[in-house]
Design a protein. Structure first.
Length: 91
């Protein structure tokens, strides 16, 4: 579910990712796209931060960042709440 996916991205963002795992991470990006619409502000922040820290190619992660932004807007998340969640996830 979206909670596990967000937590996984949060943990992966703190790891040193080897290039040989990029194919699996690309699969995870695709699966996460299916879950983004059900994420709250904290989960969206964890996904965005973790994905960014993994250093995947922009062509792979761009659709996910777009989906996270769209989910935040659709969900009516206040900018302050989302920024606070991103800041907390970054720690």
């Amino acid at each position: 579910n979206h909670i596990h996916a967000a937590n996984l991205w949060n943990k992966l963002g703190k790891q040193r990712i080897e290039r040989r795992h990029e194919g699996r991470l690309e699969q995870l990006v695709q699966r996460t796209l299916d879950l983004v619409s059900s994420c709250n502000a904290q989960a969206l922040a964890n996904v965005a931060h973790g994905v960014a820290k993994c250093g995947l190619q922009a062509r792979v992660v761009h659709p996910l960042f777009v989906a996270v932004a769209e989910a935040a807007v659709r969900g009516g998340l206040a900018a302050d709440a989302l920024f606070a969640a991103v800041a907390e996830a970054a720690v």
